[in-house]
Design a protein around this ligand. Structure first.
Ligand SMILES: *Cc1c(COP(=O)(O)O)cnc(C)c1O
Length: 423
């Protein structure tokens, strides 16, 4: 597209945007918000849906599990239907439960079963710290040395992002020693969207399980977890899915594993076969599907928030229209940053996120040649909120659900003004 760096052009793109009304469904903070990759904005209905559940609690008390318009006992099923299209799964393959790192551990209990020489895990270097700690502690739990068992794939010298060929080569190199390939879908730092089908195929070729942490991918980029034959995945709902701080997590387990009795699992009563759960009998019998991984009773309040947010995804038409807008919105941000660089006279702001739209979602990670932190702080002072990631990256995420082209234009305008006083 031929972009222009002026307000009326940005506004004309907003006018043509079929999703522009979605912005009205959210409570916008009093600044330009480019941090939806960290915590998505609050849907306007959030208070109301919480109130509905508080009223149910008030009126039905414990009977709320079986009474009311959507009894808590079956409430997760309504979410499953709406979660499935976001990650490209069958409703039986997904379930809302717990929080993300907890689920990462639970799924590794099932899908990281090291044996003899097959005990290694391959992951991306610079993965989100929680994932690093989870993987390291799982490896130790099984009695292995993380230095030996964890293989990190690093970018080449002078590069910021990973090449798919290097990931595939690493998988092939460790081949029969690999128990698990566990990658992020989109890396939190660089914003790189990995080639998930290629990674999955490579992992399966050598006989490893393949899982993904989709914290930065779910609700951001279109996914086809079932068709890509991914073994398992999990994500949080509070980033691109706007379900509120500490929001409930989602898991995916491919249906090919539903009847595999060799998978370990840490069981709890809520994963027990639904029809006979309340017989309270000895001996765990799982509910078929992803639901069988549940441990504890439904967290109604966070699920109500996630449900409300998922309904907005449904209203937007799920991922296809969001992705169409996202591609252009993010490309416009690339263009605007480049315009700022042209005005400055050199590439002061280097974008490390891949430019190719197949390799990125809605996030743009920028390294300033100098004064990065000062630029970031001044952006915040002047009402543009992205985020700062040590040691030197400014992350800006134009979220198609509620960000506008005008937001992007104004951010560029501010960066240019700031550069005149800072540089
Ligand atoms: C945001 C994020 C987390 C956060 O985990 P919580 O358990 O929800 O605190 C974990 N992993 C990745 C990759 C993330 O991006």
């Amino acid at each position: 597209m031929n972009f222009e760096n002026n307000l009326s052009f940005a506004q004309s793109l907003d006018l043509q945007d079929p999703l522009r009304k979605m912005r009205d469904e959210y409570l916008l903070p009093p600044f330009i918000y480019l941090c939806g990759n960290s915590l998505g904005l609050q849907p306007k209905v959030a208070k109301e849906v919480l109130n509905v559940q508080l009223t149910n609690w008030q009126n039905f008390a414990v009977e709320g599990w079986f009474e009311g318009e959507s009894p808590w006992m079956f409430y997760h099923k309504e979410l499953k239907k709406l979660m499935a299209p976001i990650v490209g799964a069958k409703p039986t393959e997904v379930c809302p439960m717990n929080t993300l790192t907890v689920n990462l551990h639970l799924l590794m209990v099932s899908f990281y079963q090291p044996k003899l020489n097959r005990f290694k895990i391959i992951m991306e270097a610079g993965a989100f710290p929680s994932d690093q700690y989870a993987i390291e502690s799982q490896v130790r739990f099984h009695g292995y040395d993380p230095r030996e068992a964890i293989i990190e794939v690093k970018p080449r010298d002078g590069e910021y992002t990973l090449r798919t060929e290097d990931i595939v080569t690493a998988i092939e190199t460790h081949g029969s020693e690999l128990a698990l390939v566990l990658f992020g879908g989109v890396n939190y730092f660089t914003g790189q969207w990995f080639d998930m089908p290629a990674i999955t195929n490579a992992g399966h070729q050598v006989g490893a399980m393949v899982g993904f942490d989709l914290a930065h991918a779910a609700g951001n980029v279109p996914l086809a977890l079932h068709d890509w034959n991914i073994d398992f995945a999990c994500w949080c709902s509070y980033k691109y899915q706007n379900a509120g701080p500490g929001g409930i997590s989602g898991i995916f387990v491919h249906e090919k594993h539903f009847n595999d009795v060799t998978l370990n699992r840490f069981a709890g009563w809520w994963g027990y076969k639904e029809s006979t759960r309340f017989k309270m009998e000895k001996g765990f019998v799982p509910e078929p599907g992803a639901d069988g991984w549940q441990l504890s009773c439904t967290q109604v309040m966070p699920m109500a928030l996630y449900h409300a947010s998922l309904q907005l995804f449904e209203k937007a038409g799920f991922m296809e229209p969001l992705r169409s807008k996202s591609k252009i919105l993010t490309e416009y941000l690339y263009f605007i940053i480049n315009e700022v660089n042209i005005e400055i006279g050199y590439e002061h702001f280097k974008i490390i996120t891949p430019k190719n739209e197949a390799d990125r979602g809605a996030q743009v990670s920028i390294i300033a040649k100098s004064d990065g932190k000062e630029f970031f702080d001044k952006l915040v002072e002047n009402h543009v909120l992205g985020d700062w990631r040590e040691p030197n990256v400014i992350r800006l995420s134009p979220v198609p659900m509620y960000n506008s082209f005008e937001d992007i234009y104004k951010t560029g305008e501010l960066l240019l003004t700031l550069s005149k006083s800072i540089l």
